[in-house]
Design a protein around this ligand. Structure first.
Ligand code: GDP
Length: 433
């Protein structure tokens, strides 16, 4: 899927425009804790063409030095996206920051589509015409607020996207399985990648017809070929951007969007960090399979090991379903155990349970432990179905609201009885009055 990055200075309406493009969420109650967390990459489609939309808004308050930040954002987009949606506030006109972005965008060969936002009322069209002066082509007047013009903008965006050969999507499905190797800086990602790849076996993945940098690598492991996503982010780093949390989050989000399974690398020589937990949360939210790799095992002594176990119990409780491997990228210890763990995660992720089997299981479960009475009424679960796999998504049709506790109970029992090691599970409710 092609990637479109949305850039522009704060308050021009990037996020509103993104929401407008991805449309309203389906009206299903998702039992995903922490669902309020901002995502940065979204699946979007227009006229049947699918693409990934990367929102570079949302993390913009965390930086001082506006122009540098926005230019950095544009540079990131230019290096990773297939096309760039540049959003400018037509009511304000061209600012220095907009010009800084323009300079960055001019230096890339990525197509740029210019959105002149906040063209809400009559007479505002003239504001949009001003933006021809930026020199990045035709300004497309839109109002993210009212929705006006977004169809024309999307048409222009689709025209700008590189043509993809029709067989590419098939290839994506049938090709090697896609792994994102992620983790905060210095946990040992590049060391592990180098160990696994052994330079001579690395094949740079250059899919014909995509303009994106060759950022994925095909690596042969355990007799199979795997596609490691966005290894450029691991190997040649964006030095200037390093340490900046939001770029890391964005990059991780974009990698997850294209991956099927994430290997989250953790450093056992240090305490688990907030950032580790956030990355794990990001994986769960992206719905990808998850493997936890505890690296630098060679540095572990008895005392640290004791505390590590405590940390795992306390902080990784939410993902206790994820397979864990203890490795050392430096010595090579147990690195070969990664592949079986990844395979377990992917098998769970792919699992489909037939409706018949699911419902006879559910019937027994509910008979033994009925949902708690709520507001004097006993909610009934009428029927369950697995709506989707990758990850498994179950929908419960009920006559009333099921308490969170009860939904967690169902999820726990699903895991006990069907496995799902290494995969998140989605559980939704549809209430029929
Ligand atoms: P990245 O930022 O996640 O790619 O981390 P690097 O691969 O650059 O590793 C950061 C530092 O940790 C480097 O000094 C590595 O040599 C070191 N390192 C990586 N893996 C191990 C390991 O298994 N054991 C030890 N002792 N050091 C490691």
């Amino acid at each position: 899927k092609p990637v479109v990055a949305v850039v522009g200075r704060p308050n021009v309406g990037k996020s509103s425009l993104v929401n407008r493009i991805i449309g309203r969420r389906e009206a299903v109650v998702e039992d995903v804790p922490g669902v309020t967390r901002d995502r940065v990459a979204y699946d979007a489609s227009w006229q049947g063409r699918e693409f990934t939309l990367v929102d570079t808004g949302g993390w913009e308050t965390s930086v001082s030095g506006l122009a540098a930040m926005v230019a950095g954002q544009a540079e990131y987009a230019a290096q990773t996206a297939d096309a760039i949606l540049f959003v400018v506030d037509a009511t304000v006109g061209i600012t220095d920051t907009d010009e800084a972005v323009t300079r960055v965008l001019r230096s890339t060969d990525r197509p740029v589509v210019l959105a002149a936002n906040k063209v809400d009322g009559a007479g505002a069209e003239a504001d949009a015409l001003e933006l021809w002066n930026l020199g990045v082509g035709e300004p497309h007047p839109v109002s993210a607020l009212h929705g006006r013009g977004s169809g024309d903008l999307l048409d222009a965006l689709l025209d700008a996207l590189p043509e993809k050969p029709p067989e590419e999507s098939l290839e994506e499905e049938a090709g090697p399985r896609r792994v994102a190797l992620i983790g905060r800086p210095n946990v040992g990602k590049s060391s592990l990648l180098n160990r696994m790849a052994g330079e001579d076996r690395v094949v740079v993945d250059a899919v014909a017809g995509t303009t994106r940098d060759a950022v994925d690598e095909l690596i042969e492991l355990g007799g199979q070929t795997w596609k490691f996503i966005d290894t450029a982010g691991i190997r040649r780093r964006f030095r200037a951007l390093q340490g900046a949390d939001y770029y890391a989050t964005m990059r991780t989000g974009a990698a997850l969007e294209r991956a099927e399974v994430a290997v989250v690398l953790l450093d056992v020589s240090e305490s688990l960090a907030e950032q580790d937990l956030r990355i794990i949360e990001q994986v769960v939210e992206s719905g990808r399979a998850l493997v936890l790799a505890f690296n630098k095992w060679d540095l572990l002594d008895e005392e640290r090991r004791y505390y590590l176990e405590k940390e795992i119990d306390r902080q990784l409780f939410r993902v206790r379903w994820a397979p864990r491997v203890n490795i050392s990228a430096r010595t090579g210890r147990h690195v070969e155990k990664l592949v079986p763990a990844i395979e377990i995660g992917l098998a769970s992720w792919d699992t489909r349970i037939s409706t018949g089997r699911l419902n006879s299981w559910l019937k027994e479960l509910v008979a033994a432990t009925p949902p708690p009475v709520r507001g004097g009424k006993q909610p009934k679960i009428l029927f369950a179905t697995q709506a989707d796999a990758r990850p498994p998504h179950f929908i419960l049709f009920t006559t009333g609201f099921l308490e969170d506790n009860y939904r967690r109970f169902i999820e726990r029992r699903l895991r006990e009885d069907f496995g799902f090691e290494g995969s998140p599970i989605k559980l939704s409710m549809r209430i029929r009055e």
